[in-house]
Write a protein that binds this ligand. Structure first.
Ligand code: NAP
Length: 276
């Protein structure tokens, strides 16, 4: 029987998930499908009934449903609760289990592109305090030995974030960058700065130690001004596309029973859709 999976969102046309999962299905010659389904918020409960009926093995959840599905799942992984968003659903025996794989995508990307990135106890700077920052803090809590400084335009949002997520985290405004930079090994941008070429005018790369790693989870454009600037200062950089690819893998293995690989071919196929 054909195994079916999906990504639901509203709208959903922009999603690159069908390309990622479609590539893996073809590569592994699996009798399966992965389709993008536009589900309006009011239709979510009815969609969950289809899921419970066994029509699908599971699927991904994107904007605007990542929070709303909490109430509809039979069980939600505690980490997804901490992150405050579900991006992956698995249906089994008439029940729906919700989880979040974004933090795994973040690890997967850095492990592949910057092996050893979490070996030493590094202090880190995380820029941004929105939904994505929550997943990154959960990731860093697991793998980064040092302190994590969360810098945000609105200090109150950074303060709220470090109160919700337990860990060695401190909230700051952007103006603290200069004082913190000298003992930072990792800079992660999780804010939307960088999309469409917007840049940080306060971030002086020359203050970072020469062995620092700078990564951006924004991937449109692929090389954000932050990464461009870091590379120009001789710092190691990792772009955000790998996070998108690696976060997809755990769902694929849960639905189709095969652990897929993030290959250069897959990356090139998705990169070709970014329009740069
Ligand atoms: P969000 O919840 O809306 O948070 C946006 C963050 O950006 C907030 O911290 C906000 O600061 C800050 N910000 C927005 N405009 C700003 C500006 N002009 N100047 C300074 N700060 C600004 O968004 P999100 O869901 O966290 O997503 C953030 C980015 O991550 C998006 O570009 C998204 O595409 C990307 N992302 C990538 C992946 C991946 O797989 N690579 C996964 C998830 C998200 P305030 O608190 O001050 O408003």
């Amino acid at each position: 029987m054909t195994t079916k999976a999906f990504v639901i969102g509203h709208p959903i046309a922009h999603s690159r998930s069908p390309l990622i999962h479609g590539t893996w299905l073809a590569e592994h010659k699996i009798d399966g499908t992965y389709e993008a389904i536009d589900v309006a918020p009011a239709d979510l409960p009815a969609f969950f009934e289809r899921l419970r009926s066994g029509e699908f093995a599971g699927g991904n959840v994107t904007i605007p449903h990542k929070e709303a599905v909490f109430a509809l799942c039979d069980e939600v992984d505690p980490l997804a609760r901490t992150i405050g968003a579900v991006n992956t659903l698995v249906a089994r025996d008439g029940k729906v289990f919700g989880t979040n794989t974004d933090y795994l995508g973040f690890f997967g990307n850095l492990d592949a592109e910057a092996p050893g990135w979490s070996d030493g106890p590094n202090d880190a700077i995380v820029i941004g305090a929105g939904g994505a920052a929550r997943a990154i803090l959960v990731a860093l809590r697991r793998r980064n030995g040092g302190k994590v400084h969360v810098l945000n335009r609105t200090l109150a949002n950074a303060q709220a974030l470090v109160e919700v997520i337990d860990g060695p985290f401190e909230a700051h405004g952007f103006e603290d960058f200069a004082a913190l930079a000298g003992h930072t090994g990792l800079v992660v941008n999780t804010s939307s700065i960088g999309m469409h070429g917007t840049r940080f005018d306060w971030l002086d790369m020359s203050l970072l130690p020469k062995n620092s790693l700078v990564t951006d989870i924004v991937y449109t454009p692929l090389v954000t001004p932050l990464l461009e600037d870091a590379a120009a200062h001789g710092l190691q950089t990792v772009d955000g596309l790998g996070m998108l690819l690696h976060q997809a893998a755990p769902g694929f293995s849960a639905w189709f029973g095969v652990e897929p690989k993030v290959t250069p071919e897959l990356r090139a196929r998705v990169e070709a859709t970014l329009g740069h």
